[in-house]
Structures are given as structure tokens and as C-alpha cells.
Design a binder for this molecule. Sequence first.
Ligand code: PEP
Ligand code: MG
Length: 748
Amino acid sequence: MPERSESESRKLLRRLRDTLAEPGAGQARLDRITHIIADSMCTEVCSIYLFRDPETLELCATEGLNPDSVHQTRLRLGEGLVGRVAKSAVPVNTGNAPSERGFRYMPETGEEIYSSFLGVPIQRVGERLGVLVVQSKQARQFSDDELYALEVVAMVLAEMTELGAFVGDGEGIQPLHQNPVVFRGATGQEGTAEGRVWLHEPRVVVTNPVGDDPVAETRRLHEAMEELRQTVDAMMSAAEDTTAEHMQVLETYRMFANSRGWRRRMEEDIALGLSAEAAVEKEQSTARARLEQASDPYLRDRLHDLDDLSNRLLRLLTGQGRDTGAELPENPVLVARNIGPAELLEYGRKLKGVVLEEGSVGSHAAIVARALAIPLVIHAERITTEALNGDTILVDGDQGVVHLRPEDTVAAAFRDKIAMQTDAQKRYADLRDKPATSHCGTTVGLHMNAGLMADLPSLAGSGAEGVGLFRTELQFLIRNKVPRRGELAALYARVMDAAGGKRVVFRTLDIGSDKVLPYMKPQDEPNPAMGWRAIRVGLDKPGVMRMQLQALIRAANGRPLSVMFPFVAQMEEYRAGRAAVLDEIERERRLGHVLPETVEIGAMLETPSLAFAPRAFFEMCDFVSIGGNDLKQFFFAADRENERVRRRYDTLNVSFLSLIETIVERCAETGTPVSFCGEDAGRPVEALAFAAMGVRALSMRPASIGPVKHLIRRVSISEARQVIDVARAEGAQSVRPALMDWLARQDL
Ligand code: PEP
Ligand code: MG
């Protein structure tokens, strides 16, 4: 076989493009393409295999193999050499195919007589479409030039928008991007939603993959790269006082933007006949496929950097912005790889749901989604490549499952579930003004958790007695510099106004470690959840904490003020925090400002150690609030953000309930009010168990108040306590089975 020259490649691409432009049925065109490629590459065989579903490839056109096997021969992902290429997205090039690992003999195609095999993935960025194969009888390895040329051809094929339709022939086969797909991710925020996909970052569409004038295309590439470099430089000088981590990302950007290797590969693609944008996309796909194999998280992060840069370059070359002119559909469900808190807030309550490929339970986006009460599923791998704008999508935040383009039966079942929840919410609305009083006469105070101004309207509708936890970090996270005291005071005042005289417990800033402020120097800590966070930061670097306390005092302006400190691990930390509040009040008094009517200062009990603090600690606290999310993770030594372990230990484990009981008893000794404000407070059975252990105030997301009240009003808390005590005495590990059984016996 002759060595290929650049002009031959360009000739081939032009022939392909002309064929693609011809009118005619899709299959005939695909057949013609395989003929042209085999002819141009001087091989006996050229075949195109396309994904018919994410696990199966189908032979869709061939020159040289038995034509009867078209749309008959199928391979599983990873099966045979074709399946191997599809799975790894890395080419296979061999002169002796039958001796290769995984070779599968397919008698129906008559392929055993072909010794050489060259297969390359057909892919758009991150989207695997199929495999392009050439084979020949002569036993020899294909040259690098030939491999390269075939990759370029595959790139052009990938841009054929109707490619997916070729798998549409035959019974029950669904073309790509029309088939239902289920994504199993993780819960970021509970709740369910049905809506239409809205891609946060729509894909750049390359309309012309073939470049006729390589000189002009190379010039376009150089100009775009120059512009990119300037953008990155501008980003770097604008980010002078940013975090080290952000700077590191920008440094990597600059490195890529200046990378000769990257540029050279794209120039070579253009020389072989691709347009500048197709060259960018081809290198992006190739790099992605290689790095996806990498287990090193650092390398994978670099993949994202390269992706971001390639996308910028594509936008420069095609002139396509993020705004494609598409309109937000009705009931939009945002689909993205990841999203920042500020961007998510901008969409706000318009969104019915959010689905992310990345994210974590504690990420800022998750915090915002929770504050907005929008169902959120995280870790929905590959959804951004599968979903198209406007696709029907069902988000099950309770299970962490997403159904894209669902079958009718699935959609119907899902709608039933939503309707049941809506009915239940209506029933709960009737309970709004009734107390959570159980059959035994015990009343539990139900409060809500909030973190944004936007949460406050739920206060009236939810039947909450007040805000038991106002997380103040959101205002800090969504800005790019420390908010000013005046701004914060105005915001806190508005929160108190909106609460209309109901109690709002403000928690001072819980940042540091994983919740890194964009403008704060990050600490490189091996175990940040147990690192320099919350009150530890507040006491070591008191500037921001003092400013926040001043803002709170000013916001109260003659009204009662409640403040609590997060993550107190020993008495002295609380004492110092409390002294800071009293100091600031004294300072305000000296300045002649109006002081709060009353001041309550509390501690969050989030570390087991604090349950065993000296009596003096409980005497000093005006109230204690159990931060169950953190308390539980440290009690069981199970990271709350680690999907592998976070559900491993039941909240109703007798050890945990005994800890809660101890805390309640310690507080009772000194008459210190105690509440529970972690996520578990919003789960009815858990809430009931806490009440049974003596907790008389719970704070939860607004939507949970109805279900919790509903259950408490229909049972006896003292009976629940008896059930728990019997289970404990019998040596149960968790009291859940006993409680569930007892509830079932009452038809609950
Ligand atoms: C908790 O830890 O239970 C809590 C309420 O605080 P956060 O979830 O904000 O850490
Ligand atoms: Mg906490």
C-alpha cells in the first residue's frame, strides 16, 4: 500500500463531503461512504459500526464484508476488536487480527480472511458514536499516516448529524438521542420533578468539518489561539489575589494555550483536510478518551481544563456563544457538568430540577439547590452528552435517579408518584396552623432551615415556628469578595423583617476547608472536614467574624437577636465566641447604636466531644442545637460526602440515639433548651425517634414540616419511647425495624 500524502487525504475528505451533500436515502449514502474510504485507503474492507444502545454496536454499512450481515451483526461493548475500540476509544492497529486479544470470529461477515485491522472510534467530544474499520488481506500494520487519516475521516463522519438514524432500521431499534436512558447518580437534594432539558452549556456545533484551504484554516486556528492566549492572560491578571487553587487552574490553562504539541497536532489535522474547528474537536475527543482511562484524579482534572479551553477555542472559531437563542423551555430541568452557586442562583426558582455530572452533597451548588428546594441529582455520568435541549426528563432526587426520554409507562408511574406527593402536600397544608402534638400530649416545636432570602417566603406557608438555622455562608460563597458590613446588615435585617417577628437563629460563618471562599487563601489540608473550619477560623482570624457579628447586631436594631457558633468542640471555643458577641454589643453601645432587645447565644453540638463538656459549658449556653449532619459523620467516622459510606450507618442506630439521649439529659440538668437541626430532623421516623429521646425542637427544610407534623400528630411519643427502649433492651443494632413494625401495626 502506498504512503498517503496530504493531498490524498484532502481529496478523500472532499469526496466524502460531496457524498454527504448529495440527496438520497441515508443507507445508500453510508454504503457509498464505505466504498469511497476503502477505495481511497486501498483496503478490501471498510465498515461502519454504530452504537444502537450504550452497550451494543451494530454493523451499519460495509464495503467488502458480506452485505447480508449489515444491520444483523451486533457486538457488545468490549467484544471483539471493534468492541475494544468502542470501549476504550483508542484505535487498534494490527497486522495479525486473529492473534489479537479479544478477536472474535464472525462467520456471517466472512472476515476471517482479513489479516490486517485498523479500527478508530467515531466520536464527538465525549460522545461515542461508533467505530470505523478498514481491513485488508495483506498481513501488515497500517502506517501512522494511515491511522491518522482514518481518524480524520472518522471525525468528519461524526459530524454527520443524521448518523444516529442509520441504526434506526429494524424492529424496535431506536436511533441515538431518542432512546430512553436511565442515569443512576446520587441525591443532592430530595424531591421529584418532570420537565424538559435545558443544557447549561450547549454543545458547539461544527457545521463544516472539511477545510478546502489549509493555509486559510491554519491562519484561522492561529488567530483563535492567539485570542485564547490573550483571554487566559487577562484572566490571570484579573485574578491576582485569587486562591492558589484557582491560580493553578489558570496556570494550566496558560500551559495548554501555549502548548506546541497541541497546536502542532491541530495543524496536522488541518493539513489532512479538516477545518480548524473540526481539528480542535478531534484533538479534544482524542485527549478526552485517553485521559478518561487515567485513574489519577489530577490528570482527570487536567482533562476538564483542556475541555474548557477547547470549548473556548471552538466558540471563538464558530462564533457560537453560550446563548444559542434557544428559549428556556417550560418546566426547565438544568443539565450541566457542574455549575457554580452564583449561576444557579441566577436561574433561581424557575428551574424544576437540576442534574449534574459532577458535584457533591456539600458542594456550593448543592447548598443553593437545597436552599431553593429544587430536586438535585449529582454524579449523573455522561448526561451532558446524552441529553438534548428540550428532551423530556424525570428527576427523582429521592433515589438519585434520572430518566431521560422515558418510556410512557415509566413517565406514568413517575407522574403518579408526583401526584401522590402533591396530594400529601395539600393535606399537610391543612395542618399548617396546628401544633405537632402527639397523642400523649407532648408538643414538638418545628422550625425551618434557611440560607437565602429566597427561603423566607416558605416560613409563612410551611407552618414553621421560626428559622431554627439560618446558614450565613451562602452570601459569602456567591460573591467574589468579602461582603461589606453594611450589605450584610441590610440583608440580615430583611431576613428578620420577612420572618415577621418569628425567631431566626443566625449561625455564624461555617467556612474553611471544603467550603472555600473564592477570595480566601485555601489551606491545603489532608482532611478538611476535620480541619480549619467554622469557629476555628472565626477565632483564629477574628476580622470577618467580628464584622459579621456587628452586622447582626445592627440588623436586629432593637429586635431580639439569636446567634449560634458552628462546630464548637470544647468549652473554651464557645466561651471565646460568646465573649466576642458581648464585646461587639458593648462596642455598639459605646458608639451609641441601638442594641438588640435581647441576645441569645448558642452553640452547635456537632462533635461528640461537646456532649461530654463540663457542666459549665451547658450553663453558659443560652441554647444548644445539634448539628446532626456533622455529629453523625464524626460519631460513626463516616464521611457525609462519601457515597460509599454516608448511608452505611443508620441514624436510628442505638448508639447514636443514646448519644442524643445523653445530650438531652445534659441540657436538662442545666435547663438549657436543645434542638436538632441536621437533615435527619426532616425525616418523619427519625424526627419521631429524636422526639422520643426527649428533643422538643426540630429544624428542617420547609417541605419536611408537613410530613413530620403529620406523623407526630398520629402517634404517641411516649409509646414510641417504649418501643425504642424494648428494642434497646433486646440488643437491637438499630431501632428502625421495631419502630417501623409498631407504625405498621397502627396502619401508618
Ligand atoms: C449539621 O452539621 O447538621 C448542620 C446543620 O450544619 P451543616 O449541614 O451546614 O454542616
Ligand atoms: Mg455542620
